[in-house]
Every structure is written in structure tokens, then in C-alpha cells.
Design a protein around this ligand. Structure first.
Ligand code: 5AD
Ligand code: FES
Length: 356
């Protein structure tokens, strides 16, 4: 098999034997890349047309009880200037986002235990009450089944929790011993059982990552049946042990976006802020490699430069309205268009049509 045949087989079967997938990722040439991306675009257009979905991220707290070795807001980084928004501030951000035509809000934070489960539920409930035609996504880490259930009942329909790596040994090299891949996967399973649309994902070229790790993650995410897959390059943060490690590459990230689109045709696939950070047109290139979601920042300008998971993050000085219009312009240069809608995964859209 040559690489074109591998790409076509991947598109056709939505999977590929491990050896073939390994060879494809190892030997892909510039010419193969274009073939991969054009196949990925055809598949994404079959399900999502030319639409690009917007999610407004509200980074409501950078306090965190965890100490992930790669992350700039890990608890033992004494240089991180901490903040958390009040409930009212979070809700005001969502109001502003709604006026800017966002129909999905992603509430993201470190694992900040100063908000009770009820506090989070109140925020979700109030946003859904004010804006019934929106979806609320939570991205607040590992919690108990009861907490996840309470927030789902309050109206949160989606949850993002990257597995980071599905290999236990690699996981241990990125996290302190209290955190385990078994528990991370257990959380992902609980979220799915409760009924959330679930997003998982990895960093590309994280320290110690091997091609075998990436293959494991691709098959894991396919098996899990992710509704969304968040991937972006690893980028070092100056206050971490990985400060001198090289950042992930644009090339590797784009290859994986293309491959993921062919393996999980209906998946929601964001062109992430980290991708926009390593290349000035990274997000646009991501869209052209098969991504169909962008997640502009809605956090208040006063706190933006404090939610730094990695160095050099873009958009830290811009107002929400500036990011919104900047994003619209950027997407329009790709031939795709920003769509004002909740932007559910295709399986949900299909079910909604059936029940009409
Ligand atoms: N570089 C890139 N991505 C990072 N994340 C955390 N730290 C970094 C970093 N240094 C990602 C993790 C996490 C998500 C919120 O941000 O994958 O799940
Ligand atoms: Fe934030 Fe361009 S998307 S300034």
C-alpha cells in the first residue's frame, strides 16, 4: 500500500491497521498531506457543510489543586497570579457572548474547589435560563459522579476532559502520582454514561510522547466514541520542568487533524488556540485540514493574561468583540463560514430532526 491508498482506506473504513497507520504518519510527504487534507475536507463537508462552529471560552478561574508537570497554572507555580470570577461575573461574560452571537459557552477552569457543586450548578442554570437556545459546556476536570450528574441536571450538556495520553507510563511522566489514567478514563466513562456529549484529546508532541502513544490515543478516542476531540501542540511554559522542551509542530498537529477527521467523520474538531499560537495562521490551516470548530476567548480582558497554560498564548490583550470579529475574518479566508448555532455533534442534530 502507498500513502494515497492508506488515506483512501482510512476514509473508506474509518480505521486502518496499526502498522499502516504508523507507516502513514511516519512517511507522509508534502504531496500526501494535500491529499489527506482534501479528503478530510470532503468528509467534514458531508456532515457539516461549510459551517464552522463557535464556542466562547470563559476561563473563570486559574486556581488548581493539581500539579500537572506541563501546565502553567499548576498549583505549585508560585509565579502564577491567581484569580477567580464571581458567579455574577461568569454570567455577565455569557451575556456579553450571547450579544456577540455565541450560542455555546465553555466554562473552563483549574480544579478550583472554592466553588461548590451548587455554585457551578447555579451558574449553568442561570445561563440556560437567560439564554435557552445555548449549550453550556463544562471543562473543570475530574470530579465525582454525583457532581457530574448534578451539573447535567442543571443543564450542562457537554463536557471536555482530555485524557492527555492513554498510555499509563507516559501519563506518569506528565503527571504526579495522585493523578492516574485509570481515573481519568473512569471520569470520561461516567460523563458518557450520564449522557453528556463528551470531548477528550491530547497534546501533540508532549514530552516523552512516542508515535506508539499517538496510535494508542487515536484508537482509544475512536473506541470511546468521542463527540469532540481537542488536540493542540504542546507548548512549554517557563515555570515548569518542561520549559526547555521543544514545542509541538504545526505539521504533526495538522496530520493528526486530518487523520482524526477520517477516523471519526462526524466528530467536532476544534482548531485550537495552541495551534494559533505556534503559527500565525495555525487555526485557519487547522480548518483546512479537517477541523470545524473554533473557540475564541470570552474571558474579561482583566484576567486573560493570567490564564496561561503555556507561553506566548494569543489573544490575551483583546476584547471579546475583537476576537469575535477577528475570527470571522480569519475563517472567511478559508472558504468556510462561522455559523451562529449551538453546533451540536452530527449524531445529535440527526436525532433532533427525527423527533420533530
Ligand atoms: N501546552 C499545550 N497545551 C497545554 N495544556 C495544558 N498545558 C499545556 C501546554 N503547556 C492543555 C491540556 C489541557 C488543556 C486545557 O490545555 O491538554 O487538557
Ligand atoms: Fe482573538 Fe484574533 S481571535 S484576536
Amino acid at each position: 500500500m502507498n500513502n494515497h491508498e492508506r488515506i483512501l482506506k482510512l476514509r473508506n473504513d474509518q480505521t486502518l491497521e496499526r502498522e499502516e497507520l504508523r507507516t502513514l504518519l511516519q512517511t507522509i510527504t508534502a504531496e500526501d498531506e494535500e491529499f489527506l487534507y482534501s479528503n478530510a475536507r470532503q468528509v467534514r463537508e458531508k456532515y457539516y457543510g461549510k459551517d464552522v462552529y463557535l464556542r466562547g471560552i470563559i476561563e473563570f478561574s486559574n486556581y488548581c489543586r493539581n500539579d500537572c508537570y506541563y501546565c502553567g497554572i499548576r498549583k505549585s507555580n508560585a509565579n502564577a497570579e491567581r484569580y477567580h470570577l464571581t458567579k455574577e461575573e461568569v454570567i455577565a461574560c455569557a451575556d456579553q457572548g450571547y450579544d456577540l452571537q455565541f450560542r455555546t459557552f465553555v466554562l473552563q477552569s483549574g480544579e478550583d474547589m472554592s466553588y461548590s457543586d451548587e455554585d457551578i450548578a447555579d451558574i449553568v442554570r442561570e445561563i440556560r435560563r437567560r439564554h435557552p437556545d445555548t449549550a453550556v459546556t463544562l471543562s473543570i476536570g475530574e470530579r465525582s459522579r454525583e457532581s457530574y450528574q448534578m451539573w447535567f441536571d442543571a443543564g450542562a450538556e457537554r463536557y471536555l476532559l482530555r485524557q492527555e495520553t492513554s498510555d499509563p507510563e507516559h501519563y506518569r511522566k506528565l503527571h504526579p502520582a495522585e493523578l492516574t489514567i485509570e481515573h481519568r478514563k473512569h471520569c470520561l466513562d461516567m460523563l458518557k454514561e450520564i449522557g453528556y456529549q463528551v470531548g477528550c484529546g491530547i497534546m501533540v508532541d508532549s514530552p516523552y510522547q512516542t508515535l506508539e502513544n499517538i496510535l494508542d490515543d487515536l484508537y482509544y478516542m475512536k473506541d470511546f466514541g468521542a463527540d469532540m476531540i481537542g488536540i493542540g501542540p504542546f507548548i512549554p511554559h517557563k515555570d515548569t520542568r518542561f520549559k526547555d522542551e521543544p514545542a509541538g509542530t504545526l505539521e504533526h498537529t495538522l496530520h493528526l487533524l486530518g487523520v482524526i477527521r477520517l477516523m471519526l467523520p462526524e466528530v467536532l474538531l476544534p482548531a485550537t488556540t495552541a495551534l494559533g499560537t505556534i503559527d500565525p495562521r495555525g487555526r485557519e490551516k487547522g480548518i483546512l485540514a479537517g477541523a470545524n470548530v473554533v473557540m475564541p476567548n470570552l474571558s474579561p480582558t482583566s484576567v486573560r493574561s493570567k490564564y496561561l497554560l503555556y507561553d506566548g498564548k494569543i489573544c490575551t490583550g483583546d476584547e471579546a468583540a475583537e476576537c469575535r470579529s477577528c475570527m470571522e475574518k480569519r475563517i472567511s479566508t478559508t472558504g468556510y463560514n462561522v455559523k451562529v448555532s449551538k453546533g451540536d455533534a452530527f449524531r445529535i442534530q440527526k436525532n433532533a430532526l427525527k423527533s420533530l
